[in-house]
Design a protein around this ligand. Structure first.
Ligand SMILES: C[S@@+](CC[C@H](N)C(=O)[O-])C[C@H]1O[C@@H](n2cnc3c(N)ncnc32)[C@H](O)[C@@H]1O
Length: 202
């Protein structure tokens, strides 16, 4: 797939699944979010100094609502291509399970250009070891078929599975260094659920 078709496919899928996704998130039906990853990204945002915060690929907007409930008012959401509202500079930019494309370096560079000099990029993504299954450990396109949700989702979602090494490489190629790496785990099983990367301009 070319970068342009990837983008169009991902966008069309999310448009088709918007209602099902909103119901799943607001109904607390995604266990990993309920038990660990929502709290992890909220805590990571709260550790950042106050200042404008941008949530890129914000979905139905739960994260900004959670931060508002905790008194953080300087926050904005954005579709990935909403450039006019995204000029920045931002103190914090968050991508919570929102970097789904194969070719990430251009979007990461664009985000770096919009960060304040002391700003941080927070990326939470599926833990590559948790999502590996029986597949080879190599970056590749995959499809989420939403099997746990019955017929609610209209379209399978294409997403690019990335190894830990390829995450580090993409961030480095975009000019980011990793200041902190967390691995939220399932509280009962101890299995890793996500990678949470706090990045700064290198
Ligand atoms: C798994 S959802 C996460 C939503 C939200 N950040 C959250 O934590 O609930 C992925 C989001 O990324 C957005 N997204 C990622 N890549 C995109 C693209 N190329 N075009 C349009 N939307 C994209 C989708 O619209 C969707 O809202």
């Amino acid at each position: 797939m070319t970068a342009r078709t990837d983008d169009a496919r991902i966008r069309a899928t999310w448009d088709a699944n918007a209602t099902a996704w909103t119901d799943a998130v607001r109904g607390g039906r995604i266990e990993s979010r309920r038990v660990a990853t929502d709290a992890a990204i909220v805590a990571a945002c709260e550790r950042q100094p106050h200042g404008p915060l941008l949530d890129v690929g914000c979905g139905e907007g739960w994260l900004l609502a959670a931060l508002a409930d905790r008194g953080r008012r300087d926050r904005y959401d954005a579709l990935v291509d909403d450039a006019s509202r995204c000029a920045g500079p931002w103190r914090t930019i968050v991508c919570n399970f929102a970097l789904l494309d194969a070719d990430l370096v251009p979007v990461l560079r664009a985000l770096r250009a919009r960060l304040a000099p002391d700003g941080a990029l927070l990326v939470q993504t599926v833990h590559p070891w948790a999502a590996l299954g029986d597949a080879r450990y190599a970056s590749a396109w995959r499809e989420e078929r939403w099997q746990a949700f019955g017929d609610a989702f209209a379209e399978p979602m294409p997403w690019y599975y990335r190894t830990l090494g390829d995450w580090v490489r993409a961030l480095g190629d975009a000019g980011f260094g990793i200041a902190r790496l967390e691995e939220p785990v399932h509280p009962d099983t101890g299995r890793p659920l996500s990678l949470l990367l706090q990045c700064r301009s290198a």
